[in-house]
Design a protein around this ligand. Structure first.
Ligand code: MF3
Ligand code: CO
Ligand code: CO
Length: 261
């Protein structure tokens, strides 16, 4: 296992890229209304990243992925492809996942958005549990922690709330590469003995389903959906392991209050 330890100059660049990715999620919020298409949202994000941020949308062309963000709606688990024929409806939940490349380094983050005001209490709970599972995992991070405890923490909490954790996709180290070691599993698995060290940077990005954990990839080769058509949520942060704990590099303004609690 080759987990890169980032030096201060690199950390500063990754902080910059993460800030840009975060700002895309903050910027797009007011466009998320019933009637807009996921392709329109993609275009707004694309233009903002290119023209305002002078950065690159990392997913565009990545292994052939055709769009600048991923938008995953309702029973789509992740890697949803924005489409002009996919129109948001009151009551939908969507994840927007933004990865930005700036100055040679990547930043990666995603969150759920409610479309309109008619979101069922079950879906609100799904989103809240997913977000809290991410926070619970982040809060245990510090040098010396055994890596597998991140997944164990997420799975225990999610299953206690009677939802399921998707196994097929994981978080990842990030920096000069979009995806690098280590893999960050969101469920309890074998303890490979990996121990966190100051200067590691990785994402945590749990995907949580209302029904079964099982998923499949659609015919487009990208869109991941739940097998049982139950709805799914995901939140993602990029995290730096610091001397005494962690720093969330993709923290949004709206979260600064929540996390102090
Ligand atoms: N942003 C995703 C992640 O969190 C990866 C998307 S790859 C794509 O790792 F090709 F589907 F865009
Ligand atoms: Co990621
Ligand atoms: Co992502």
């Amino acid at each position: 296992m080759n987990i890169l330890i980032k030096k201060a100059s690199e950390i500063n660049k990754i902080i910059q890229s993460c800030k840009l990715a975060t700002e895309v999620l903050e910027m797009i919020d007011l466009y998320i209304i019933p009637g807009i298409s996921t392709e329109q949202l993609n275009c707004i994000c694309h233009d903002y990243i290119i023209n305002v941020q002078k950065a690159k949308p990392a997913t565009l062309g990545y292994k052939g992925y055709p769009k600048s963000v991923c938008i995953s709606r309702n029973d789509v688990v992740c890697h949803g492809i924005p489409n002009k024929n996919e129109i948001l409806c009151n009551g939908d939940i969507i994840n927007i996942d933004v990865t930005v490349l700036y100055n040679g380094y990547y930043g990666d983050t995603s969150k759920m958005f409610y479309v309109g005001n008619n979101i069922s209490s079950k879906l609100r709970k799904l989103c809240n549990v997913t977000q809290n599972s991410l926070y619970k995992a982040i809060k245990i991070i510090k040098p010396g922690l055994r890596l597998y405890l991140i997944g164990k923490t997420i799975q225990q909490y999610v299953e206690n709330e009677n939802f399921s954790v998707v196994r097929n996709y994981c978080g990842h180290g990030i920096g000069k590469n979009f995806h690098e070691e280590p893999q960050i599993l969101h469920y309890n698995a074998y303890d490979y003995g990996v121990i966190l060290q100051e200067g590691m940077i990785f994402t945590i990005e749990p995907m949580v389903n209302i029904g079964s954990k099982d998923v499949y990839v659609a015919n487009d080769g990208w869109t991941v959906k739940t097998q049982d058509k139950s709805f799914s949520a995901q939140y993602e942060h990029t995290i730096l392991v610091t001397k005494n704990g962690y720093q969330i590099l993709t923290l949004r303004q709206e979260e600064k209050n929540i996390l102090l609690k």
